[in-house]
Design a protein around this ligand. Sequence first.
Ligand SMILES: [Zn+2]
Length: 189
Amino acid sequence: MEYTESIRRAYDAASSDQRERGAEWYRDYAERLAQHAEQAGVNFDIACAVVGVSSINTRPEPGLVWTARMLNGATGGHLPLVVSRARSILSDAADFETAREIACPSSSPSRKVRSFTCNVRTGGQTCDHDVPCVTIDRWAHYVATDGTRKDVPSGRMYERVADAYRAVALELDIPVAILQAIVWVVVAE
Ligand SMILES: [Zn+2]
């Protein structure tokens, strides 16, 4: 089955309640992150990169809990690479793109962290990068491959899956991050 067909089928299977929750997923997550950032006195753009790097091998909810601790000066609680990138973001990054580059260098074959960082920042709305960012994690990959793959794709495979989400989002006339979040809600339940 084509990626686009599998994605479309997952979207079509969503109840109106699931579509609503998917549509609000990034906005809700971004609002909660913004509260933590404000309490800790950290710029929201910088906090987005920390929550982006938190998503390595970690689900969004525990990732947010850990991020809140990091913003308040914690120095552990995650993989050493993740902790060191987060600390570097918090001490060295002055703007969003620099922070995002520390969270995941643009030279990296994996786009997931870069995309998640951007999708949280815009609250799921279409970003102003040349190609709209879309978070392809193991679940987004699982849906696109009709349940046959459950890893985080990288390199050209990542872009092929991301392009399939972009094509379906265009067809549905909704932001691609919202489509991806709706599919997350469907597959999680
Ligand atoms: Zn983007």
